[in-house]
Design a protein around this ligand. Sequence first.
Ligand SMILES: Nc1ncnc2c1ncn2[C@@H]1O[C@H](COP(=O)(O)OP(=O)(O)OP(=O)(O)O)[C@@H](O)[C@H]1O
Ligand SMILES: [Mg+2]
Length: 253
Amino acid sequence: MITLKSVSKTFDGGKTYAVKDVSFVVNKGETLVILGSSGCGKSTLLKMINRLIKISGGTIEIDGRDINEFNPVKLRRSIGYVFQGVGLFPHMSIEDNVAIVLRLLRQKPNNRLKRAHELLTLVNLNPQDFAKRYPDELSGGQQQRVGVARALAADPEYLLMDEPFGALDAITRDDLQGEVLRLKKELGKTIVFVTHDIFEALRLGDRIAVMHKGELQQIGTKHEIISQPATPFVEELFAKTADQCTNLVDHFS
Ligand SMILES: Nc1ncnc2c1ncn2[C@@H]1O[C@H](COP(=O)(O)OP(=O)(O)OP(=O)(O)O)[C@@H](O)[C@H]1O
Ligand SMILES: [Mg+2]
């Protein structure tokens, strides 16, 4: 369980807030989608959870323990993180990219390669075809799959995914969303997934947290958010796509 209590972030000494007084809980095994437009603080929020960004105010707990009590390096290795933009190391082969955390954890070369190949298979990339290639020899969608495999390498309980499919065409995106749903079912991870895409949020989220200008507008199931919007912003956001949303909710329920 991840618990945020009145979490804030300012980059300018308190003049403006990228994230302001955000509180919510991510339950074990659920996918919480953070939905909001560009610049509303989604990435900042995610990076505070694994301490890539220091909190300005409030607390974050993982399984009841304040994240500041963890060693930051150990904390980051125990939480899978899929970067916004792919963030693969261009000079490393695909198998080495996937196994990087295992190398940092000092696992033996044979073990980590075996695991890297298992993970490539899990994300539907045949290791025989892909393991020895380099990132620029893969399509955008294939690179994203590698990003997901890498985040899963150390079998973390938690996965943070920052707009992982933002740059992909609709079909590849649809495909990869399906993969996330499958992985979640097979592996039972607790996932925080950031997106600005309403349909992606409806498809993947057990619950959705809507953010606007650094503030949490509402958190709830798709039914709650659509049928009982807590603020005019949420109402307007979903009103624009109301008919399609209702159909989608029915479809994915
Ligand atoms: N290191 C930084 N220094 C100063 N300001 C920052 C820094 N990182 C982010 N910000 C600002 O904080 C706000 C939130 O940024 P953030 O990256 O969290 O947005 P986002 O919701 O992830 O946007 P996008 O959808 O475009 O990725 C923005 O106004 C951004 O300019
Ligand atoms: Mg972002």
